[in-house]
Write a protein that binds this ligand. Sequence first.
Ligand code: 9MR
Length: 456
Amino acid sequence: MNHRKVLRAAVTVAVAGALASGMTMAMTTGASAGTTLGASAAEKGRYFGAAVAVNKLSNSTYTTVLNREFNSVVAENEMKWASNEPQQGVFNHSSGDRLVSHAQANGMSVRGHTLLWHAQQPGWAQGMSGSALRNAMINHVTQVATHYRGKIHSWDVVNEAFADGGSGGRRDSNLQRTGNDWIEAAFRAADAADPGAKLCYNDYNTDGINAKSTGIYNMVRDFKSRGVPIDCVGFQSHLGTSLASDYQANLQRFADLGVDVQITELDVMTGGNQANIFGAVTRACMNVSRCTGITVWGVRDCDSWRGSDNALLFDCNGNKKAAYTNVLNALNAGPGIPTTPPTTTPPPTDPPPTTPPPTTGGCSASVSLNSWNGGFVASVKVTAGSAGTNGWNVSVTLPGGASVTNTWSATASGSSGTVRFANVDYNGRLTAGQVAEFGFQGTGSGAGMTPTCTAS
Ligand code: 9MR
């Protein structure tokens, strides 16, 4: 199940209903006077974030600015593949967890960066190819998104998969060589692991309508038409001394496909135009109602990967630069994101006649598959019968040669032939008709599996 789609459909219906009945939309509009980036963005229904180097959280100049100004953070390096799966199957989330704790303690939300990227892969993955790499990559997506499930507002599921230059095509990489469907396989695995996070594709040199951004646009349009679960596109926006005149139009054309857009790694080369460009990017985001937030790629100039470019909003002592003032003013002047109107309680009506519930209980299960050559991810829905369940067991007979390598939200007994999946603590007790979901990953083919469900 894709909760995002259900939520979005509900919002669309609510908005359409409000407009049809002439209700005024609850909308934050007009000038406001927030005094920090995060507060001003929040007044307009958005976030304003910074990339954080976790080892700098002990620097008080750094954390003073971070905690005061930002309401979202992203790990500059600590959630990348080389950092959190240094050996195959051995995960280390300690630095990423530190950032999540810091964010939670300070009322900030967290972006996730990045589940898959051709760069910053651990050595063991760099040396892999074919279905072994495809399996390892899906396992990585599944494990990391499961670890952070419920804690990340938006994940960069795939980063920088398109080529620079005029081709508009994919970048060559070990991931790309596992088959062109690697990106959609990654989005499906992330969706199964964390149905509540927004799932983004993220890239750079996409700051206007050009061959690269058009290649990505075509992929997103294709994904939306085939139901691949993509929710957002990240525009890194590592900018030089000018801004494309169609920057906002480019954001808008993606939004018109039905995805959110986010500015994900903003920094701007120093020089006469820096403050103006920061202001213009912020205004462009504010003018696109599906632009849900901006992240700058570091806190102070001397924290930036761009070294002497002095590319950020604060100097090394933590003082606000002219660019900061332009961004704050643009946030305060911009329109807000429409919000759903307050719900009104409908008048009570008599319940429709119901047929008496059957006396037997039980449960049913259905499976949906995301397969590739040599492997698959199965998402299983368990639906409780009329008596509800105290616990459940799902049996699945795998085709010959297939085996289960990893399971989430259930406990597996066996790995090949007939495999039994039992509920875990939190999802065994279901009321009549209630649905629980679990998943497993396997090697080989998962085709033709028919689950049977037993309730207790
Ligand atoms: O800022 C990051 C820097 O510390 C790393 O050394 C570098 C490694 O490639 O990655 C930088 O962050 C990149 C981000 O993850 C993806 N988009 C480009 C960013 C700047 O290079």
